[in-house]
Ligand binder design. Structure first.
Ligand code: IPM
Ligand code: MG
Length: 328
């Protein structure tokens, strides 16, 4: 297995080495290819991501990604969005099942996963900027809707065999298209479905998160709802994600590069470590993946946590404690 390692900028440079120390504890046969991508590289070279970087990544099986700061360049196009497109990572899987030990703002148990379409919608890249107007074309194709719905159904099969399709079909034609394709795929797969308008979903997710299981939605709605979900699941510092396609995958914490706390050694490494757990699942290393969840729960129980969770431990204290506990 060959993994491209992209720490990126800010706290990405702290949480990715921390997460790697946990991965290393398993002694798996993994080749790591470190790559410099992001704002730092843009400042140094004028380019945040080169074609060579893309080719090196395409020579790997998957990517472990930290976070990237957006350079102050009007022509800048997000590195992450480009990577998702180039590698055709059409499904962004974001699980929200808080660990037992995490104190939640809503005191309710829940376990749902947001399946976000990751290559089209408002992120299609079809844009025009004029003097007096700006346009973004929201592209939804049948192929794009079908494959994300198929992913959601596949995830729903071993779970509750139900998907919630989130859209704004009362206003947007592209969303009634999305809804119809998704519900068609669900029927074909023998999966039950319900639908929610995205604004109602934003409201209900906070009040009744326990009602939901597999949520499937378009790109920007999924972006917004997953940050909201992170807030009710204990914070961005805890939430991992997997960007997957049919050939490649990229694993990243949901959080960004957090320049305000970068370099202080206090960033919470758990989201990155749980992203490694998702990577191990993708590789089929199920036992190792489970042992990460157990170790994280254990370490949280012992109160070895970073300041965002009310502790006074450092990034490395937390990852060392987890790395010592995995594989046992
Ligand atoms: C995310 C981020 C990205 C997105 C940004 C950094 C391009 O917010 O992964 O959720 O909008 O998808
Ligand atoms: Mg986001």
């Amino acid at each position: 297995m060959k993994i491209a390692i992209v720490p990126g900028d800010g706290i990405g440079k702290e949480v990715i080495p921390a997460a790697l120390s946990v991965l290393d504890a398993f002694g798996l046969d993994i080749e790591k290819i470190p790559l410099e991508i992001g704002y730092g590289k843009w400042k140094r070279t004028g380019s945040a991501l080169t074609d060579d970087d893309i080719n090196l990544i395409k020579d790997c099986d998957c990517v472990l990604f930290g976070a990237i700061t957006t350079p102050p360049d009007p022509n800048y196009r997000s590195v992450l969005v480009r990577l998702r497109k180039e590698l055709d990572l059409y499904a962004n899987i974001r699980p929200f099942s808080p660990l037992k030990t995490v104190k939640l703002p809503c005191a309710k148990k829940f376990d749902f996963v947001i399946v976000r379409e990751n290559t089209e919608g408002m992120y299609s890249g079809v844009e025009e900027l004029h003097e007096d107007a700006a346009y973004t074309t929201r592209v939804l194709t049948r192929k794009g809707c079908e494959r994300i719905a198929e992913r959601a159904c596949a995830l729903a099969k071993p779970r509750k065999k139900n998907i919630t399709v989130v859209h704004k079909a009362n206003v947007l034609k592209s969303d009634s298209f999305f809804r119809d394709v998704c519900t068609g795929v669900a029927k074909r797969n023998g999966i039950s479905y319900n639908e929610m308008l995205v604004d109602a979903m934003a409201y209900d997710l906070i009040l009744r998160p326990e009602k939901y299981d597999v949520i499937v939605t378009t790109n920007l709605f999924g972006d917004i709802l997953s940050d909201e979900a992170a807030a009710i699941a204990g914070g961005l510092g805890l939430c991992p994600s997997a960007n997957v396609g049919d050939r490649y995958a990229l694993f990243e914490p949901i959080h960004g590069s957090a320049p305000d706390i970068a370099g202080k050694g206090i960033a919470n490494p758990i989201a990155a470590i749980l992203s490694v757990r998702m990577m191990l699942e993708w590789m089929g290393e199920m036992e190792s993946a489970k042992s990460i969840s157990r170790a994280v729960d254990n370490v949280l129980q012992q109160g070895i946590v970073t300041p965002d969770m009310g502790g006074s431990y450092s990034t490395v204290d937390v990852s060392d404690a987890i790395a010592k506990m995995v594989n046992r």
